[in-house]
Design a protein around this ligand. Structure first.
Ligand SMILES: [Zn+2]
Length: 293
């Protein structure tokens, strides 16, 4: 049982994680809006989408400002989409849940590697969320996220090997004598190859079968980026989860909006978030359910 002090640290940490997630979400709204337009994501500061009045700092607090102003601009009273607040809440919840799983466990409490692991998952989750929003809006997964992510993944994994060889250790094909950073970088590169290769392969087959382009090259690079952080097995599991979630979500979207186009990026992002936190666990759970029949 954790003592009272440990529990207090865990609760303060969770509030911290939720707050960081909300602030990051606020930034992701800016990224999702400006990146596809080729604008700087840093300057100028946020403006009202209707009257272009710069948003004052006091009106730029995630979620709370939107609620306080009832979703309207202080200057022109124009409507500000609830999507901004929804993205901030979603980002907060994803960061908070990751903290709960990766840091706020009795056996991990206070361990630096657990915090570093959470930090990397926060960054990757942010990239997934921004890319998903852009895919929904513009039907593209931007190179600024996918290509840069693929280049960064092996380096980040070398610095924080726990991200990719944490729970079960490195896969059996990686020589155990290699230092952990080298193992992590090699698994990351293999994850990029398997992630990108699997969607590329599916695309080639799909194009032959359906006689039209079945998968965008953005999806290829996106699962490459994801594989760079979850490894080859994680990339394949991400694809399987995305296919399941996409079958349900795609039909729901078709019914709700009548739009036949199904952006695959958001579904890959859902699978990737699950893999970042749980690795083999979904597969073990599925096998256990099948065997118990
Ligand atoms: Zn305004």
């Amino acid at each position: 049982m954790p003592d009272a002090a440990e529990q207090a640290v865990g609760e303060i940490g969770l509030v911290f994680a939720l707050g960081i997630g909300a602030i990051v979400g606020s930034f992701l709204n800016v990224v999702a809006h400006r990146l596809p337009l080729g604008l700087s994501v840093v300057r100028p500061g946020s403006r009202c989408p209707a009257c272009r009045t710069p948003v004052r700092a006091v009106d730029n607090v995630p979620v709370l400002s939107w609620l306080a102003l009832r979703g309207r601009c202080r200057g022109c009273q124009g409507r500000i989409s609830p999507r901004y607040a929804i993205v901030e809440i979603l980002s907060a919840l994803l960061a908070g849940w990751a903290f709960h799983v990766l840091v706020a466990q009795p056996e991990l409490a206070g361990e630096f590697t657990a915090w570093a692991h959470w930090g990397v998952v926060l960054v990757v989750t942010s990239a997934l969320l921004a890319a998903s929003l852009i895919d929904l809006d513009h039907r593209i997964l931007p190179n600024e996220i996918t290509k840069r992510g693929m280049r960064a993944a092996p380096v980040i994994c070398a610095f924080v090997p726990h991200v990719i060889i944490g729970h079960g250790g490195a896969p059996a094909w990686v020589p155990g004598a290699w230092p952990a950073p080298v193992q992590a970088a090699v698994v990351s590169i293999a994850g990029i190859a398997v992630g990108a290769g699997s969607i590329w392969g599916l695309g080639v087959i799909g194009t032959r079968v359906f006689k039209k382009e079945a998968m965008g090259f953005g999806d290829v690079k996106f699962l490459g980026l994801i594989g760079g952080f979850v490894g080859p097995a994680g990339a394949l599991l991400t694809l399987v989860i995305a296919a399941f979630v996409g079958a349900v979500g795609g039909v729901g979207r078709l019914v709700l909006t009548g739009d036949r186009y199904i952006p695959f990026g958001p579904f890959l992002a859902v699978g990737a978030y699950i893999e970042l936190l749980y690795a083999r666990a979904p597969l073990d759970w599925y096998v256990a359910v099948m065997l118990s029949r």
